[in-house]
Design a protein around this ligand. Structure first.
Ligand code: NAD
Ligand code: TDX
Length: 363
């Protein structure tokens, strides 16, 4: 008797058309790569506006694969989103497109409202239309732990922690999460949401703490640490997040939320000191060479003290655990940035160069 195909084999041979938004960005590019490579039977459409944070270089290795297609467009443009969904008729949407940087949200909240809130509602409305002819349609919304607000020294965010967003960025993400749930309850749109902690790894735009610190160390420039560096973040390697997204997409229950995190808390100052040590070693510099670049600067307005995720639901229900130890993930990340200095100089020219000169980093 022929062996029964296992669950994975069934998925790989099954045809599905998935629209992934924000696939040219940091996390999105890792998710797109994973789906294109792991599921050759799926057609992956990457919809991205290619803002300063989106870069097709991130997907060079898969851009010619037959199951991949890129479409440039703005999720905040309702007419465009509706005609795209009508034309391509996806079976599911995995929604990552967003304005993602807290400091930028403090400078320009409205752009976060357009992309993160209006853009999400446009996708939800187009999904409802699609649901009429595709009853198994799924809308998967990728969100952040920042929606839960700020923790004190103890405790963890769980899926039932009350929302308490404090920055324009987290407020816009919280708003989009609420709207996604509203479409589930009001219109029975099948949805699933995951809220993840801070990601790190290759291809992260050098405005976020880890790549910004590495970029500044490479140029022997001051490494800005906000306030006293006492804030705590829970770090997760980006490919572990992509693996969790794969699991939630295939096995998550409609209407449910899953928290994803690394159980890997670091005070910012300790993290930047560890990065300095790794850079000393990799670049053959004397001990303390990069640490001397650390400069305390004015604190971020409304700076959340601590984030930490309790990821037991996704572990117990879907069997997900992070695969990489932090030291291993950081070494891989540092190696990637050292090997991709051209990428770094390309993405830090133009608009980013202006931003860089005018913000916290010159103080
Ligand atoms: P990113 O800024 O690196 O990428 C965002 C992508 O969205 C870019 O490619 C950009 O071009 C695209 N985009 C922006 N506006 C768009 C628009 N109007 N229309 C179409 N595309 C647009 O962000 P990221 O860090 O990869 O985050 C991806 C998602 O994951 C976001 O929803 C973010 O809230 C969430 N998230 C991020 C983290 C993290 O640590 N980076 C953690 C948890 C959740
Ligand atoms: O130069 C810096 N110096 C500094 O001390 C920068 C850029 C940051 N920081 C601090 C602020 C935070 O406490 O480091 C910590 C991490 O900052 P970011 O990298 O900007 O990330 P954060 O604000 O925690 O938000 C990130 O995690 C959750 C992502 O940007 C979000 O998209 C995600 O949802």
């Amino acid at each position: 008797m022929a062996a029964k195909p296992d669950f994975k084999t069934c998925l790989i041979t099954m045809t599905k058309k998935i629209l992934i938004t924000g696939g040219a960005g940091f996390i999105g590019s890792h998710v797109v790569r994973r789906f294109v490579n792991h599921y050759p039977g799926y057609k992956i459409i990457n919809l991205d506006l290619l803002t300063y944070a989106g870069n097709l270089e991130n997907l060079k290795d898969i851009e010619r694969k037959p199951n991949y297609e890129f479409i440039k467009g703005d999720i905040a443009d309702s007419g465009f989103v509706h005609s795209l969904i009508a034309e391509h008729q996806p079976d599911a949407i995995i929604h990552l497109a967003a304005e993602s940087h807290v400091d930028r949200s403090i400078l320009n909240p409205l752009s976060f409202v357009y992309t993160n809130i209006v853009g999400t509602v446009n996708l939800l409305n187009a999904s409802l239309k699609r649901l009429e002819s595709s009853p198994d349609f799924l809308f998967y919304h990728i969100s952040t732990d920042e929606v839960y607000g700020s923790l004190g020294k103890d405790g963890f965010f769980t899926e039932v922690t009350r929302y308490d967003p404090r920055s324009p960025y987290s407020s816009s993400k919280a708003s989009s999460d609420h709207l996604v749930r509203a479409y589930f309850h009001t219109y029975q749109l099948p949805v699933v949401i995951s809220n993840c902690s801070n990601n790190y790894g290759p291809n992260q735009f050098p405005e976020k703490l880890i790549p910004l610190s590495l970029n500044n160390m490479l140029h022997e420039k001051p490494v800005p640490v906000y306030g006293k560096g006492e804030n705590v973040r829970d770090w997760l390697y980006v490919e572990d997040h992509a693996a969790a997204i794969d699991l939630v997409f295939h096995r998550g229950k409609a209407g449910e939320t899953y928290n994803i995190g690394g159980h890997n808390e670091w005070h910012n100052i300790d993290l930047v000191k560890l990065l300095s040590k790794i850079m000393d070693k990799k670049l053959g510099k004397p001990a303390g060479f990069h640490e001397r670049l650390i400069t305390y600067v004015k604190d971020r307005a409304g700076h959340d003290l601590r984030y930490a995720i309790d990821a037991s639901k996704i572990k117990n229900e879907l069997g997900w655990l992070p695969s990489l130890q932090f030291e291993e993930g950081l070494e891989k990340t540092v190696d990637w940035y050292l090997e991709n200095r051209d990428w770094l100089s390309r993405v830090t020219s133009g608009e980013y160069a202006n931003y860089y000169q005018t913000q916290y980093h010159t103080r």
